[in-house]
Write a protein that binds this ligand. Structure first.
Ligand SMILES: C[S@@+](CC[C@H](N)C(=O)[O-])C[C@H]1O[C@@H](n2cnc3c(N)ncnc32)[C@H](O)[C@@H]1O
Length: 362
């Protein structure tokens, strides 16, 4: 538990801490939003933020929930592997449907958030196990749990809102912080380590292949020349560098944004996404999950995957198609299922989500 949570939860304890200090009437940054970090105790604030399409700090809004449940059809007594439990939004809905005779096996590489989610979900009367593990480990967990397979395997790829919003993680280009980017603190190399050690060729390849960044070569070249002068270790250093390549300043970008009707993609979004995917080897983990999933599903079992960028969606689509062709899967979704306009309006972070499912043969 972090300090801001303690300050709100322990109001009556003799050694409770004061709420964080901030100037003005409203907390502005992630750490100051102490009420949002204990949102269950502040339902009015939650309703207010949600009505404005905002995600309270330290929480996550699950995406495509009706579509996921409609396609994966969890039933009483089933065994569900939630490969990316995150804040537990999807997991909670699975638990409600599989009931006390079912079991949820939850995985996440983020040990800090996993502990918080375990704490929240353990209030439910349900059978659950939590693994601080990459989802590539679902087969190992199966043998530890003495299971012959899962009825449902579900993954909601990428990062949670808690991870994006926390400036200490350096995942978002929006807030200054260290360029860490690791979802799993046990990983050895941070985003800064990669930026300061990979070759120009390796960086350009990553920016192109993992996020289709059109200026990948120029960005990689400038990183190499800048790091010779000073290591690149913070979010703002990298943002400024990308802006320089694109001939923008922070002010000219803000002006452009103000004049654009729908807002446009942040100039550094692709670079940050590629670096995060590389740090966490997200493509390698997904390939391994897709390879082992059919062997971990019970006959007639269902797999569903939500992805947030085209490279991942292509892998999922191809794997499910190959599975149908080879007869491992009896059927798979024809097209990706995407959020409705209503969902995007209430949770803009859902806008790039794509959901696909497949059913194992009996
Ligand atoms: C989009 S969030 C999931 C949100 C969740 N469905 C919910 O409703 O709260 C993705 C989560 O997957 C985790 N994650 C990403 N890659 C992973 C991997 N290879 N193995 C296990 N967890 C992973 C992240 O740490 C993050 O918590």
């Amino acid at each position: 538990m972090n300090s801001f949570e303690q300050s709100d939860n322990n109001q009556s304890s003799p050694n409770h801490r004061r709420r964080p200090r901030y100037s003005g009437t409203h907390p502005k940054n992630f750490r100051q939003k102490y009420k949002e970090h204990n949102i269950a105790a502040h339902p009015d604030l939650k309703a207010h933020l949600r009505a404005k399409g905002k995600t309270p700090a330290g929480t996550h809004i699950p995406v495509l929930i009706e579509e996921v449940l409609g396609c994966l059809k969890p039933k009483p007594g089933q065994i569900v592997a939630d490969c990316t439990v995150g804040y537990g939004g999807h997991a909670l809905e699975f638990i409600k449907r599989i009931g006390p005779t079912g079991k949820l096996i939850a995985f996440d590489i983020d040990g800090t958030e996993l502990e918080r989610t375990r704490h929240r979900l353990e209030k439910e009367k349900a059978s659950m196990s939590f693994y601080h593990s990459n989802f590539a480990g679902i087969a190992n967990a199966m043998s530890k749990e003495k299971l012959d397979g899962y009825d449902i395997i579900f993954a909601d790829l990428g990062v949670s809102s808690m991870q994006i919003d926390n400036p200490d993680r350096g995942i978002s280009y929006k807030n200054e912080g260290p360029l860490d980017m690791r979802m799993d603190e046990r990983l050895k190399r941070t985003g800064a380590d990669l930026l300061n050690n990979l070759s120009e060729e390796e960086l350009a390849k990553a920016f192109w292949e993992l996020s289709d960044e059109p200026d990948c070569r120029e960005i990689a070249r400038l990183i190499i020349s800048q790091r010779a002068v000073q290591p690149i270790t913070t979010v703002l250093q990298l943002v400024r560098l990308v802006f320089a390549v694109k001939g923008l300043t922070l002010n000219s970008w803000k002006k452009k944004q103000r004049n654009s009707r729908f807002g446009s993609l942040h100039p550094a979004a692709r670079t940050f996404q590629a670096l995060r995917i590389l740090v966490n080897d997200e493509i390698g983990s997904l390939k391994e999950l897709l390879r082992i999933a059919p062997y971990c599903l019970r006959p007639g079992g269902r797999i569903g995957i939500i992805s947030f960028h085209s490279g991942e969606d292509r892998l999922v689509k191809q794997s499910f198609r190959d599975g149908v062709e080879s007869g491992i899967y009896q059927s798979a979704s024809q097209n990706a299922i995407v959020p409705r306009i209503r969902e995007i309006a209430s949770n803009p972070r859902s806008s790039s989500a794509k959901f696909r499912w497949a059913i194992k043969g009996v």
